[in-house]
Design a protein around this ligand. Structure first.
Ligand code: SF4
Length: 424
């Protein structure tokens, strides 16, 4: 048994609370179990109890065995001085206060745990299925599951805002620049995220804005800074970009990235960094105020229009410079744009709304996810096999959060679904 199970029992009072008394025989009544503390210090703060007729307000500490109080050296820690009750599975030794030497009131839960709750807990603990509660899932009321998934979606968005906050910190809270860098990162997908971000850092928006009416110069700056215009080239297009870049490089004293940073191996040609860079050029050519464009877009359709850009015609017959291929449009496709919205645009909008206290932005981030079709991956397939089908990206994102951050970590005792299972 884990101590967290005792936390669960105490927090929700899921034990036999008839005729409670401390191990020294004093009557005990729980008026409030206190607030669960997941940080350092006692496990529950501000509990209210009546012991032997006297009202006590203070903290509660929980252990499997009472001797752990000494093993954890709580006697030497003043933050435990206000513990008014020690809750244990078993009292294997009495615990005395360091000041005064009187015993700390102790409640033993051994013999008070309902067998059904204990059995369910053990099944959740030892289950080796795809998720621990899968045998119980059909009996969990849908309303509980849906409310919990709503909460997890917000948790997922907030987790994704960590990198946004970091980006803002390095741009003196310049939202456009932070968005531009983050978007560049997303264009690199997982494999080329780092060089894409490095590229965006090396090319300030202000510099790109100076050349906003000259697509060739924007393309020269982006491909040149990416280190991909070192040539020599047989095709005219990269040759012209290289000449343009040499001029701009000298003018702005630019240092390009090493071309070896870009990874092509095992990528589908449509995801080659050269193709994504060409799309990124097209996006910057359209506007350097990308985040303003996101804020102005009134619905998903307008956002898709903003990001479904068409790169220079050269790329319709190439995936890389000087390597002709069968003619094929290299427009940033709808699936890719949806990926950008799910991973970057919606979290960014959500964080912006939260920071600026603009509830409408937060709601828009959520409704964008509702408008985007469900993602397809092995996690979503796993949920579908259990009969839980996702209708849109809002659902898929929350189901991914549940599986990766909760089920895989076996956090069933803190999960609303787990709570419902243990109450069945
Ligand atoms: S974390 Fe929740 S949903 Fe996942 S297995 Fe445990 S109880 Fe079930």
């Amino acid at each position: 048994m884990r101590e967290s199970f005792l936390h669960f029992l105490w927090r929700w009072r899921r034990f036999d609370a008839q005729n409670l008394c401390t191990t020294t025989g004093h009557s005990l009544e729980i008026l409030h179990p206190g607030e669960w503390n997941t940080h350092a210090g006692p496990d529950f703060f501000n509990a209210r109890l009546r012991i032997a007729g006297t009202l006590w307000a203070g903290n509660v500490e929980i252990h499997l065995r009472s001797s752990e109080w000494m093993a954890h050296r709580h006697s030497d820690d003043p933050s435990y001085d206000n513990v008014v009750l020690h809750v244990v599975l078993e009292e294997d030794q009495p615990v005395l206060r360091s000041s005064g030497g009187e015993p700390i009131p102790c409640l033993e839960l051994k013999g008070r745990i309902p067998p059904r709750v204990l059995e369910t807990y053990q099944r959740l603990e030892h289950e080796r299925a795809w998720i621990p509660c899968q045998g119980f899932l059909p009996a969990v009321p849908e309303i509980i599951r849906l409310n919990w998934l709503d909460r997890l979606l917000v948790e997922r968005l907030e987790q994704k805002t960590g990198i946004i906050a970091e980006m803002l910190a390095t741009t003196e809270n310049h939202w456009e620049t932070a968005f531009y860098r983050l978007l560049a990162r997303s264009f690199g997908l997982k494999v080329n995220a780092e060089p894409f971000e490095a590229l965006a850092r090396s090319l300030p928006l202000l510099l790109l804005a100076k050349h906003k009416n000259n697509p060739k110069q924007i393309e020269a700056l982006i491909f040149g800074q990416a280190g991909l215009l070192e040539g020599p080239f047989s095709d005219d297009y990269p040759g012209e970009l290289a000449a343009e870049y040499r001029f701009l490089q000298h003018k702005y004293k630019l240092t390009p990235l090493a071309s070896g940073q870009w990874k092509f191996l095992r990528l589908r040609p449509a995801n080659f960094p050269t193709v994504r860079l060409a799309q990124f050029c097209a996006l910057v050519n359209q506007s350097v105020h990308l985040f303003s464009g996101v804020l102005e877009a009134r619905n998903l359709r307008e956002l898709e229009n903003l990001f479904e850009v068409q790169p220079h015609a050269y790329w319709s017959t190439h995936f890389q410079f000087d390597k002709p291929s069968v003619k094929r449009a290299k427009t940033a496709g709808r699936d890719f744009v949806h990926l950008l919205i799910v991973n970057t645009i919606a979290p960014f909008l959500f964080h912006y709304g939260k920071t600026k206290m603009l509830e409408t932005c937060q709601k828009r981030a959520l409704s964008l996810l509702e408008e985007i079709p469900a993602e397809s991956n092995t996690i979503i397939d796993g949920w579908a096999e259990l009969g839980i089908r996702a209708g849109n990206a809002y659902h898929t994102q929350s189901l991914i959060q549940l599986k990766t951050r909760w089920c895989d970590a076996k956090r069933c005792l803190e999960c609303a679904v787990g709570n419902a299972v243990l109450k069945q």
